[in-house]
Design a binder for this molecule. Sequence first.
Ligand SMILES: Nc1nc2c(c(=O)[nH]1)N=C([C@H](O)[C@H](O)COP(=O)(O)OP(=O)(O)OP(=O)(O)O)CN2
Ligand SMILES: [Zn+2]
Length: 126
Amino acid sequence: MYELVVERHFSAAHFLPNYPGPCSRLHGHNFIVRVYVRGAQLDAMGMLVDFGVLKKALLALLEELDHYNLNDLPAFAADNPTTENVARWIADELGKQALGGATVHKVEVWETPGQAAAYYPLPPAA
Ligand SMILES: Nc1nc2c(c(=O)[nH]1)N=C([C@H](O)[C@H](O)COP(=O)(O)OP(=O)(O)OP(=O)(O)O)CN2
Ligand SMILES: [Zn+2]
């Protein structure tokens, strides 16, 4: 099994309605996103998936979040834009894309250098 990781960042505002503290007010973060993909089969080039392909796919998704108020986005119309839900949204959206021989294993979203959430997509039912 091989594993690759790519890291990118985005900046966004959010607030957590009814949160018992300052996070209920609009504030922002410079989020760091790490995507881990895994797979057993390398291509003829000896790659699981080209880092470039992975970074391009991640960047395209992060552009949908970058410099927005996450609460305004359809992605978070039903769910609070917590770090957990941001990680799940990124994993779900990336999971819809062809990534060579790789599948998304984990998405980490760091809200600050000291705290992060990770989401592990469930494997498709057999
Ligand atoms: N499990 C989660 N807990 C919290 C989330 C979250 O997304 N998932 N989010 C928040 C707030 O959005 C907030 O941005 C962070 O809160 P907090 O850690 O309290 O931030 P502070 O900078 O005020 O904390 P320090 O004490 O300065 O570290 C809250 N919780
Ligand atoms: Zn926050």
